[in-house]
Ligand binder design. Structure first.
Ligand code: ADP
Ligand code: ASP
Ligand code: MG
Length: 454
C-alpha cells in the first residue's frame, strides 16, 4: 500500500479556520490512513522560549503569565472546535510539566539545552493531541502517536542530528498500523537522544521530521503544507511578485534552504533524496492553488538561467591572515558551531582564510568578541544573497554575467556553492530590501517557472 506523509506547519494549525482546512486536506489526501506530522501552533515555540528566558532572568511571575497566555490561546482554539472538554485531561499535565520546568530554570537562573528541548517539545505535543482529536471528531480513524518512540537522534540538543537506521528500525509498528488503515498524528521537530532525553532538530525542524518518517516508512510522497503556494522564486516578504515554482530538483531546494529560504528546513532534503521520494510543498489556505514538486531528477532548465534567489542576514565575516595557521581557523569554526553558530562559508587560500557564520546565542557572541583581543578582525551586519538554479551547472561564464548588477555594491566575497548550481554574494545586510527584488526582476525568468517545457 502506498503511504503518504503530510506535514502541517504552525500557521496551518494555528487557528480554528486553518485546522478545519487541514482536516479537509487530510480527508482528501489520506482517505485510507497515513501519517500526519504537525508543528506547534504558530508562535508557540517563540512564546516558550520567551518564558524560559524570563524565568532564567529571575522573573518567574512574568514567565508564568506568558505560559498562561499560551494556555488561553490553546484553550480558545480547542473551544472553537468544541474539543476543550476532551483535551483538558491531556493538556493539563503538559502545562503542569512546563510550569515545573520553568520553576527549575528560575531556581538555577539558567536554561540548560536539555531543559530547553524538553520545554519546547510540549508545544508540538499539545498540537498533535489537538489535531488527532479534531480528526476523530471529523470521523477519521485517527490516533496520537509519540514521535519520540521513532525519531532517534544524537545528543546535540537544539540541533540534533537524526540516526536514520535507528529510525527505520523503530517505525515498523507504525507502518503496520498505517497499512491497516489508521491515520497517525505525531509531533514534528522532536526526537530522543542516546540517553533517552528529548532533543529537537533545530528551528523549523518539523519539515525534517516529515521526511525522516517518509524515508523510514518508504512512503511514496511527503507533502509539506504551509502558508505559501509552494516554493517561490524569492521570499515573498521581500519580493511581492515572487512566482510559484512548479518543479524543482532536490539540489535546488537544498541550496535555497541552506541559503535561508525558510519554507523548507535544511535537513528535510537529504532523507527524501536518499529514498528518492518526491517532496511536495502546498498551501493549506489555498489547497487548490499551485504547488511545488521536488524530485531527485532535475527538470530541464535554460542553460545559465536562475530559478530563485535566497538570502540570509545577520552574518559575521572573519578574515584570518595567512600567517594564522589553518588549523586555528578550523578550530575556531568548530568552536563557533558548537556554541550554536551556523557556518555559511569557509574559504582557505594563500591569502588567508575567510569564515562567514551566523552567530546564535551568547556563547557565540563572546567567542567573537574575544577574537578582537587576539587581533582577528570580525565584521558584522553582512548578508549572503544566493542565486540558485540547475541552469548554472554547466555555465562557467554565468558567474561573470550574474556579477554585473553588483558593480556599484560593496561586496564582501563571492562564493560558489558546494553544488555548482548556486552562486552567493556577501553584501551589507541593509542592502537586501533593494538588492533582492532588483536581482529577482533581472535574473529570474518567471515565465519558465510555472510551466513545463514543451
Ligand atoms: P511553516 O510554519 O508552515 O513551517 P514557515 O514560516 O517555516 O512555515 O515557512 C513558510 C514561509 O517561508 C513563507 O511564509 C515565506 O515567508 C518564507 N519563504 C522564504 N523564502 C521563500 C521561498 N523562496 N518560497 C516560499 N516561501 C519562502
Ligand atoms: N515549532 C518549531 C519552530 O517553531 C518547529 C517547526 O515549526 O517546524 O521552530
Ligand atoms: Mg517551517
Amino acid at each position: 500500500m502506498a503511504i503518504k506523509v503530510l506535514k502541517f506547519g504552525g500557521t496551518s494549525v494555528g487557528s480554528v479556520g486553518a485546522l478545519k482546512r487541514a482536516a479537509a486536506i487530510v480527508r482528501d489526501e489520506l482517505p485510507t490512513g497515513g501519517l500526519v506530522v504537525v508543528s506547534a501552533l504558530s508562535g508557540t515555540t517563540d512564546e516558550v522560549l520567551k518564558a524560559l528566558r524570563l524565568a532564567a532572568h529571575g522573573d518567574l511571575p512574568e514567565a508564568k503569565s506568558t505560559l498562561q497566555s499560551l494556555r488561553n490561546r490553546h484553550d480558545g482554539v480547542a473551544h472553537g472546535l468544541g474539543l476543550l472538554a476532551e483535551l483538558e485531561d491531556v493538556w493539563t499535565p503538559l502545562f503542569r510539566r512546563l510550569t515545573g520546568l520553568l520553576e527549575g530554570v528560575g531556581a538555577l537562573c539558567e536554561v540548560r539545552p536539555k531543559t530547553k528541548d524538553a520545554a519546547l517539545a510540549i508545544g508540538e505535543t499539545l498540537s498533535a493531541h489537538l489535531v488527532s482529536s479534531l480528526f476523530r471528531q471529523e470521523g477519521l480513524k485517527a490516533a496520537f502517536a509519540e514521535a519520540r518512540d521513532v525519531i532517534h537522534t544524537d545528543a546535540q540538543h537544539g540541533s540534533a542530528r537524526p540516526r536514520p537506521a535507528a529510525i527505520r528500525a523503530s517505525v515498523t509498528p507504525w507502518k503496520t498500523r498505517i497499512q491497516n488503515g489508521e491515520l497517525l498524528v505525531t509531533q514534528g521537530f522532536i526526537g530522543t537522544g542516546p540517553d533517552g532525553a528529548t532533543t529537537t532538530l533545530g528551528r523549523g525542524g518539523s519539515d525534517s521530521s516529515a521526511s525522516l518518517f517518509g524515508e523510514a516508512l518508504q512512503a511514496h510522497e511527503v507533502q509539506i503544507w504551509t502558508d505559501v503556494d509552494g516554493v517561490l522564486s524569492a521570499d515573498p516578504s521581500l519580493v511581492s511578485d515572487a512566482q510559484p515554482i512548479a518543479r524543482m530538483s532536490i539540489a535546488e531546494a537544498q541550496a535555497l534552504s541552506s541559503f535561508g529560504a525558510k519554507v523548507l528546513h535544511t535537513g528535510c532534503l537529504a532523507p527524501v533524496a536518499r529514498a528518492r521520494i518526491p517532496l511536495v510543498v502546498a498551501n493549506t489556505h489555498r489547497a487548490h492553488a499551485s504547488r511545488t514538486t521536488i524530485t531527485v531528477d532535475a527538470p530541464w532548465r535554460e542553460p545559465g538561467s536562475v530559478l530563485s534567489v535566497a538570502y540570509k542576514e545577520g552574518l559575521a565575516l572573519l578574515r584570518l591572515p595567512p600567517e594564522e595557521d589553518l588549523s586555528r581557523a578550523i578550530q575556531l569554526e568548530s568552536e563557533l558551531r558548537e556554541a550554536g553558530a551556523t557556518r555559511f562559508a569557509f574559504l582557505a587560500g594563500p591569502e588567508g582564510t575567510v569564515l562567514v557564520v551566523r552567530p546564535e546565542g551568547p556563547r557565540c557572541v563572546s567567542i567573537l568578541a574575544n577574537l578582537a583581543d587576539e587581533g582577528i578582525n570580525v565584521e558584522y551586519h553582512w548578508a549572503l544573497v544566493a542565486l540558485v538554479g540547475e541552469g548554472l551547472r554547466a555555465t562557467p561564464d554565468a558567474a561573470l554575467r550574474l556579477l554585473a548588477p553588483f558593480q556599484l555594491e560593496r561586496i564582501g566575497g563571492v562564493f560558489s556553492g558546494a553544488s555548482p548550481i548556486s552562486l552567493a554574494f556577501l553584501v551589507p545586510e541593509d542592502r537586501l530590501p533593494d538588492l533582492v527584488p532588483r536581482l529577482h526582476n533581472l535574473w529570474i525568468q518567471t515565465r519558465e517557472l510555472t510551466q513545463e517545457p514543451a
